[in-house]
Structure formats: C-alpha cells, structure tokens
Design a protein around this ligand. Structure first.
Ligand code: UDP
Length: 219
C-alpha cells in the first residue's frame, strides 16, 4: 500500500533550517522520516543531514499515495515559480512549523507556510500563501500580509501593518506600528534592509535601509 510522501523543496541554507521542523512534525504524527526528502534541481549531495535529496522528476516518480511539499527557498520569485510547478503536478502545498511557534486568536495563514522556532503571530492577523517567518520574527495584532512574503530572523512586524506580496523584511528590521484605518504599508516587492527602523510607508519595489529607514541610493 502506498503512503504519502513529503518534501522540503530546496536543499541549501533555508531548506536545511526547515527540514528538522518537517521531520519533527511528521514524527509527532507517527510518520517515518524515510517518507521525507529534499527536492533540489541542482543537488550538491545524495543526502543532506541524513535526508535523501531527489531531483524533482525523481520525487514525482517515487511511489506515493499523495505528495506534499513546503518550499524552503528564501527568494520569493523562485518560491512563486516552484509553487506553480508543484500545483500543476498535483503536489499539495504543505505548511510546516516549529513546535514552539505561538499563534494567538483569529489568525489565518495561507498554504505552504514555514514558521521557524520562536515565531509569534499574535491576534487578528491575515497572511497569504507561501509565507516564511524565520527565527524569532513576530507579527503583531491586526496585520495583513500578502503572498510570498519573507521575514528574516528577528523581523519585528508591529500592529496594524500591511505588507504586500513578495516583500522581504530583513534581519532585525523593526516596522513601526500603524493605526486602525491608517496602517503602515510596505509595498509589493519592497525590501527592508537588516536592522532598518521603518517609520513611514515604503512604496512597491523600493529598498530601504537605516534608522530611520530611507531609500537605498546605489552609488
Ligand atoms: N533550487 C532549486 N530549484 C530552483 C531554484 C533553486 O532546486 O528553481 C535550489 C538550489 O539548487 C539550492 C537552493 O534551492 O540548493 C537555494 O539555495 P540558496 O542558498 O540560493 O538559497 P536559500 O537556501 O538561502 O534560500
């Protein structure tokens, strides 16, 4: 009898951070670790941290009653491309989270999320598909977050913030709290540099750095 097969897509830094969470989730459900693999289109080794690495075609060819994958790649454009590919091939988007993630009241997170250890999502929050929240990042109350958004470690998303699709919030960045009816807005594809303190809206596609955060001027 076939069994479900699970994968972390991406066998590099991001994927290696998600794999142990995936393994632990499955262990707690009584699923053997040999039903869990890495998928990588450019595999560096046959196994990474004890887990088999397959090419995508090999993953599709393995015996399985159903296939699930979480995308462990920080680049949101690649996540979007791979999400399309997986959907077309009938692979289900899988959400993975650390056992110590704190999620409070009325929080909706879309499919394919990866929530690292020590992440907190407080109350009344909406988050889209293929969200990644890295170590110690948090999202405070009444935030609305789009699809393919990435929070680097310790990103601090204070209350009443809107973050559009494909935005990237760098390590240790702090977003000032917005207010009901006037949220702080981070535009589609914006990049918040590490350690930035964001006090004003950031337009789509703009990179900001520093305290207070200002647009990055490339010299
Ligand atoms: N990768 C892949 N298919 C793609 C793009 C990337 O399998 O279409 C793999 C790539 O081979 C690498 C990993 O994803 O192993 C991305 O690693 P990288 O260090 O660039 O990013 P990170 O792990 O930090 O997100």
């Amino acid at each position: 009898m076939s069994l479900p097969l699970y994968a972390v897509y991406g066998g590099s830094g991001c994927g290696r951070g998600i794999m142990p969470l995936a393994r632990e989730m499955l262990r707690s459900q009584g699923v053997s670790a040999d039903r869990l693999v890495f998928i990588d289109d450019n595999p560096a080794a046959e196994k990474v941290n004890g887990q088999l690495v397959c090419r995508y075609a090999e993953f599709l060819a393995m015996d399985a009653s159903a296939r699930y994958a979480v995308i462990g790649i920080a680049n949101s454009g690649i996540r979007a491309k791979l999400a399309d590919r997986l959907r077309e091939d009938g692979v289900r988007a899988w959400s993975v989270q650390a056992a110590n993630v704190v999620i409070m009241d009325d929080v909706q997170v879309g499919e394919g999320a990866a929530l690292s250890p020590f992440v907190t999502l407080t109350s009344n929050i909406r988050i889209g598909k293929h969200f990644q929240a890295n170590l110690y990042s948090y999202v405070e109350h009444d935030c609305v977050i789009g699809d393919f958004v990435t929070l680097a470690p310790r990103a601090c998303i204070n209350g009443n913030t809107v973050i559009e699709d494909h935005a990237y919030i760098g390590t240790g960045a702090i977003l000032r709290q917005g207010s009901p009816g006037k949220p702080l807005a981070i535009g589609r594809g914006a990049v918040i540099g590490m350690g930035a303190v964001v006090t004003k809206d950031v337009p789509p596609g703009v990179t900001v750095v520093g305290n207070p955060a200002r647009p990055l001027v490339k010299s």
